[in-house]
Ligand binder design. Structure first.
Ligand code: F6R
Length: 612
C-alpha cells in the first residue's frame, strides 16, 4: 500500500524524504513524489511514474531541491492508473493546500461533484485530490485554521486515510490526520518526522508517538501537538522503538527475504523467552487470566493470508491439547458474515502489521458483539495492538520482505504457547506432558538453525521448478495447513500457479489435474497419517506427477515414492509445522530468484493491506 514520509527540521528535507520512502518500498508502489517547502513562499512538487530511482535521478538524490520542510509519497494505484498526474502530492490549484494520502476515500465521487459545483477543477482521477480540495474549501470558507479545516473534511470523508498536509500560510509545519491507515510520528532534537511505518525514520529517531483514529497532529521543528476532531489538544506518551536501525537493513544478505528466513531461530527464541521464565509460561504481559481461559468454550481465529494459515495450524494444536473448539476464519469473510458470535468465545486476531483492514474490521465486529479479543501482533502500537483487549506481541522485529517468513514463524510459536497455557489453566494437561511440550517448543530455534545449514540441497532442487506451470501441495492435518502456506509462498513470489489440497480431497476432484510432469509437494510429518498420505503420493506418481516430500529424519522409505526428499529434525508432531515450513520458504525463495524476479517486492502485492 502507499507509503508516506514527512519531515520538518533544519536540514534539507528532500534527501530525508527520498531515503525514508526507500525504506517503505517494500509496501509496493508504482509512482512516487515529493513536495518541499523552501521558506515562506516557494514549494516545489516533483512526481513521476515508476521507481524511486527515477525521482532520485530527477532531483540529484534530493540535493537539487531546496527547503527544510516536505512530504513524500509512494503510490500504489487504487483510483486512477499509475501516472505522474495521479501520483502524489496533490495540490489545490493556487498551491494553498498540498497533501499526500494513504487509504481510500469511499465517497470521493459525491464530494468531487459537490466541489465541482463550487468551481473546483480536477486534474487527476484520484480520491486524494478530492481530499485536498475539500480541505482547501473549508480552510477558505471558515477560520483559515488548518486544524479546523482538516477536522471539517474528516467528518465528511468516508473511508480510511493517513493524510499529511502542508498549508501555504504555515511554512515549516506539517498537519497529519489519521483514520484506519497506519501512521507514526517521530521526534528528535529540532526535527519532526511522520511516516507510514517505523523503518522510514529509524535511522533518525526511535522516539515516536502513535496518532490515534480520528486524530490530527501539527508537526513543527522538534515539536508535535495532537488534537481530537473537536480541535481540543490531546496529551500523548512518547514511545521508544526497540528495533535497531540495522534490523531494517539487509545486513549483508542479498535480499530481505533471505535475511528474514535466517533470522527465524533468533526471533522464535525471543518470542518464546518473552513469556517463558523458570520453565513456565507466564501470561502477565498478555493479560489473560487463568479464570478467563477456563470460562472460554470456543475460539475464533481470524486473519488474512499467511496469518490465516497460522490459524489453520493452531486449530489442530489447540483442539488436540484442550477441549476447546476452534473455528478459523478469513477476516474478509468473517467481517461481513452476519453471525451471532458465541458469548463464551474468544476472538484471536493474528496480524504481523496490525493494520490489515479486514482483520481490524473483524476485531471491531467482535468487540461490538461484546466478545473478548486477543491480538497476536508484531508491530507495537499498531491499530490492532491498540484496539484488542489483550495482546501477545511476537518479537519478529521489522519484516520488510512482502512475503512473510519470520513473522509467520513467531505467530505459530506464540500460538503453541497459548495452546499450552490454555491446557494448563483448564487443568487439561498433566505436568509431565506440559514440561515435555514446553521442552519441545524450546528446541524449535536450534532445529530451524539445522534446517538452514542444509539449504544447498533445496537450492539444487529449486532449479527443477523454474519452468513448471503448476504445483500442488498435499498433506493431512497440520501438514495440510503447512501445505497452504508453502503454496502461497511459491505462488506469490515465483508466479507459479499452485494450490494446496488436503491429501484426502484429491480423489474428489483435483486429481484430474495431475498429468505427466506435474509437481506435487507432499508434507509428511504427522504420525498416524503418514501411510495415508504416502498412498496419495503413489496415486499422483502413477499418473505422471513428479513428487517431492518434506518429512522428518528417519522416514527414508519416502524415497521409494518421492523424487526428492527434504528431511527436517524430529519434533513433537504438534509442532512439526514450525520446521516443515522452513524448506518451503527456502524453496520458494530460490525459485523466485532463479526466475529473476524481485523476490522482496512481488508484483501487485503490498506488505500491509490497509484497504479492502
Ligand atoms: C504472505 C503474506 C500475507 C500476509 C497477510 C496478512 O506472505 O505476507 O498473506 O500474511 O496480508 O498480513 P498481516 O499479518 O500484516 O495482517
Amino acid at each position: 500500500m502507499c507509503g508516506i514520509v514527512g519531515f520538518t527540521g533544519n536540514r534539507q528535507a528532500a534527501p530525508v524524504l527520498l531515503d525514508g520512502l526507500s525504506k517503505l518500498e517494500y509496501r509496493g508502489y508504482d509512482s512516487a513524489g515529493i513536495a518541499v517547502r523552501d521558506g515562506e513562499s516557494k514549494t516545489e512538487i516533483i512526481k513521476e511514474k515508476g521507481k524511486l530511482k527515477v525521482l532520485a535521478e530527477m532531483t540529484d538524490y534530493g540535493k537539487a531541491v531546496k527547503g527544510t520542510c516536505g512530504i513524500g509519497h509512494t503510490r500504489w494505484a487504487t483510483h486512477g492508473e499509475p501516472s505522474a498526474v495521479n501520483a502524489h502530492p496533490h495540490s489545490s490549484d493556487d498551491g494553498n493546500v498540498i497533501a499526500v494520502h494513504n487509504g481510500i476515500i469511499e465517497n470521493f465521487q459525491e464530494q468531487r461533484e459537490k466541489l465541482i459545483k463550487k468551481g473546483y477543477v480536477f486534474h487527476s482521477q484520484t480520491d486524494t485530490e478530492v481530499a485536498v480540495k475539500m480541505i482547501d474549501y473549508y480552510y477558505k470558507k471558515y477560520s483559515q485554521q488548518p486544524i479546523e479545516a482538516i477536522a471539517r473534511a474528516m467528518v465528511r470523508i468516508r473511508g480510511s486515510y493517513a493524510l499529511c498536509v502542508m498549508f501555504k500560510d504555515f511554512p515549516g509545519e506539517i498537519y497529519c490526520a489519521r483514520k484506519d491507515s497506519p501512521m507514526i510520528i517521530g521526534i528528535a532534537d529540532g526535527e519532526s518526522y511522520v511516516a507510514s511505518d517505523v523503518p522510514a525514520i529509524l535511522k533518525y529517531t526511535r522516539n515516536v508517538y502513535y496518532i490515534g483514529n480520528m486524530e490530527i497532529a501539527k508537526l513543527e521543528k522538534g515539536n508535535v501537538t495532537f488534537y481530537n476532531i473537536d480541535s481540543e489538544v490531546l496529551e500523548k506518551q512518547l514511545t521508544e522503538i526497540k528495533w535497531d536501525a540495522e534490523s531494517a537493513e539487509k545486513g549483508g544478505y542479498e535480499h530481505f527475504m533471505l535475511k528474514e528466513i535466517h533470522e527465524q531461530p533468533k526471533v522464535i527464541r525471543d518470542t518464546i523467552n518473552s513469556v517463558v521464565t523458570d520453565g513456565k509460561v507466564h501470561f502477565d504481559s498478555v493479560n489473560l487470566t487463568d479464570e478467563e481461559m477456563q470460562q472460554i468454550g470456543l475460539i475464533y481465529i481470524v486473519a488474512c493470508g499467511s496469518a490465516y494459515h497460522v490459524g489453520m495450524d493452531l486449530q489442530y494444536v489447540i483442539e488436540s491439547l484442550t477441549s476447546l473448539q476452534v473455528r478459523v476464519e478469513l477476516a474478509s469473510e468473517f467481517r461481513y458474515r452476519k453471525m451471532t458470535l458465541n458469548k463464551k468465545s474468544l476472538v484471536i486476531v493474528i496480524s504481523q502489521s496490525g493494520e490489515t483492514a479486514d482483520t481490524l474490521a473483524a476485531l471491531r465486529e467482535a468487540k461490538e458483539q461484546g466478545i473478548k479479543t486477543l491480538g497476536i501482533v508484531n508491530v507495537v502500537g499498531s491499530s490492532i495492538a491498540r484496539e484488542a483487549d489483550n495482546v501477545f506481541y511476537t518479537l519478529a522485529g521489522p519484516e520488510i520482505s512482502v512475503a512473510t517468513t519470520k513473522a509467520y514463524s513467531t505467530q505459530l510459536v506464540a500460538g503453541y504457547l497459548l495452546a499450552l497455557q490454555f491446557a494448563k489453566a483448564r487443568g487439561e494437561i498433566e505436568e509431565t506432558k506440559y514440561n515435555e511440550l514446553l521442552e519441545a517448543i524450546y528446541s524449535i530455534p536450534d532445529k530451524v538453525e539445522r534446517i538452514l545449514e542444509d539449504k544447498e540441497r533445496l537450492q539444487w532442487f529449486s532449479a527443477k521448478l523454474i519452468n513448471v506451470g503448476d504445483a500442488f501441495f498435499i498433506g493431512r492435518g497440520i501438514d495440510y495447513a503447512i501445505g497452504m502456506e508453502g503454496s502461497l509462498k511459491l505462488k506469490e513470489i515465483s508466479y507459479i500457479h499452485s494450490e494446496a489440497y488436503a491429501a484426502g480431497e484429491l480423489k474428489h476432484g483435483p486429481i484430474s489435474l495431475i498429468e505427466n510432469g506435474t509437481i506435487v509437494i507432499s508434507i509428511v510429518t504427522q504420525n498416524g497419517l503418514i501411510e495415508k498420505t504416502v498412498s496419495n503420493m503413489v496415486e499422483v506418481k502413477s499418473r505422471g506427477a513428479k513428487v517431492m516430500a518434506v518429512t522428518e529424519t528417519g522416514n527414508y522409505f519416502l524415497e521409494d515414492t518421492a523424487e526428492f526428499v527434504c528431511y527436517v529434525p524430529r519434533i513433537e508432531p504438534l509442532f512439526a509445522g514450525s520446521l516443515s515450513v522452513i524448506p518451503l520458504q527456502l524453496l520458494s525463495y530460490y525459485v523466485s530468484i532463479g526466475k529473476g524476479f524481485d523476490v522482496d517486492k512481488p508484483r501487485n502485492l503490498a506488505k500491509s493491506v490497509t484497504v479492502e
